[in-house]
Design a protein around this ligand. Structure first.
Ligand code: SAH
Length: 346
């Protein structure tokens, strides 16, 4: 049985051909699927006969809401249960420019970053393109908010689920579907170098975010095992090729961890690495995860680090924290659910 939302538009046309239907029907069916119908019977301009035939060989996925937490700042976190019982989470945030959703791309994660809750139980499986799309479609239904921005920054490493992520991108920006502009989509990676190069060739004008978190190999390898495989120089060179190819500015994520990567020396290293690049640095005060000994610095130390970078001429912002009262950072809600602990507020 095929989940029709796993198919790109072209694949849906071929699929319809294979069940003896004219490819032009794809437009209607595609729009129905992406508008969030939950059954074939809702496709009212499709003949009963075709609906029955589709139902025999395919299905329309729908995740179940296991938990929904709303924070004081109106951030909404949703814990989804997928068809096989696995859980993932999405976060909907309200900004002046519209609603943004942070989606998961895998069930768990195998990258092993020391500060991240998503990786604690390892990777269970990849999400399909349709499951990622469902996070957006059903978050709109569940929250009643129209989503205009997407960040692939939830549980999982998007470039470790490359083909499905590309299919998802193809679908989510399709004008016949939910039609979110690629300039309103960001993809965050811990730095899987060969796939950064592949992504540059795909031609989607999305924003690439790199989870850098350190400006030297020793520190980075200590907190991000992926750095053993792809060293900082290789990563930065891939970023330069990406900028060259796409003309897009890269965003470097830097989670400040007290005593690990927040010194004057660390700022100097970061500067030497990024000077002259078309980029922006996003400082994130690290969220302490129960299982980790890494701690965040004081508010003061965060702004001190920011000014160390600014005085060197780098472009820096401190990420606004949303939903900190509802465990809104990566994988924390799923982890709590696995441990049998409930959320903190309703
Ligand atoms: N795997 C991808 C996307 C998911 S993580 C990546 O590594 O980029 C999304 C962002 O949140 C990354 O920048 C990640 O490093 C950061 N992050 C993870 N755990 C965090 C924590 N406890 N505090 C602050 N940032 C965290």
């Amino acid at each position: 049985m095929i989940n029709l939302k796993d198919l790109t538009y072209g694949e849906l046309e071929k699929f319809l051909g294979s069940v003896g239907e004219k490819p032009y029907r794809a437009g209607q069916i595609y729009s129905w699927l992406h508008s969030g119908v939950e059954s074939f019977d809702e496709m009212t301009n499709i003949s009963k006969d075709l609906r029955v035939r589709l139902e025999e060989v395919s299905f329309i996925s729908k995740p179940e809401v296991l938990d929904k937490l709303i924070s004081k700042d109106k951030t909404i976190k949703i814990l989804w249960k997928l068809a096989d019982g696995e859980t993932i989470e999405s976060v909907v945030m309200e900004y002046k420019h519209g609603n943004s959703i942070c989606i998961s791309t895998q069930v768990g994660c195998k990258m092993g970053c020391k500060f991240c809750a998503s990786t604690i139980g390892g990777k269970i499986r990849d999400l399909s393109a349709g499951e990622m799309l469902d996070e957006v479609i059903f978050a709109q239904k569940v929250t009643g908010r129209k989503i205009s921005n997407i960040v692939l920054m939830g549980i999982g490493e998007p470039l470790d689920n490359y083909d499905n992520v590309i299919k998802f991108l193809s679908n989510v920006g399709n004008p016949k579907g939910i039609n979110i502009g690629y300039r309103h989509i960001s993809l965050s990676t811990c730095g899987i170098v060969p796939n950064i190069d592949r992504l540059a060739e795909e031609g989607y004008p999305i924003t690439l975010s790199i989870s850098l978190h350190a400006g030297d190999d020793e520190t980075r390898t200590g907190i991000m095992p992926v750095n053993k495989k792809y060293k900082i120089d290789e990563l930065i060179n891939a970023c330069k090729r990406y900028i060259e190819k796409t003309g897009r500015r890269i965003s470097f994520e830097y989670a400040l961890i007290a005593g690990v990567n927040d010194s004057e020396e660390a700022a100097g290293k970061l500067y030497r690495l990024l000077k002259g690049m078309l980029c922006h640095i996003n400082l994130i005060p690290v969220n302490s995860v129960k299982e980790s000994t890494l701690k965040r610095g004081s508010e003061k130390s965060i702004y001190k680090f920011k000014s160390m970078l600014e005085k060197r001429g780098l472009n820096v912002t401190v990420r606004r924290e949303l939903g900190s009262d509802i465990s809104a950072s990566c994988g924390q809600l799923r982890r709590k659910n696995q441990l049998g602990e409930g959320g903190e507020c309703e």
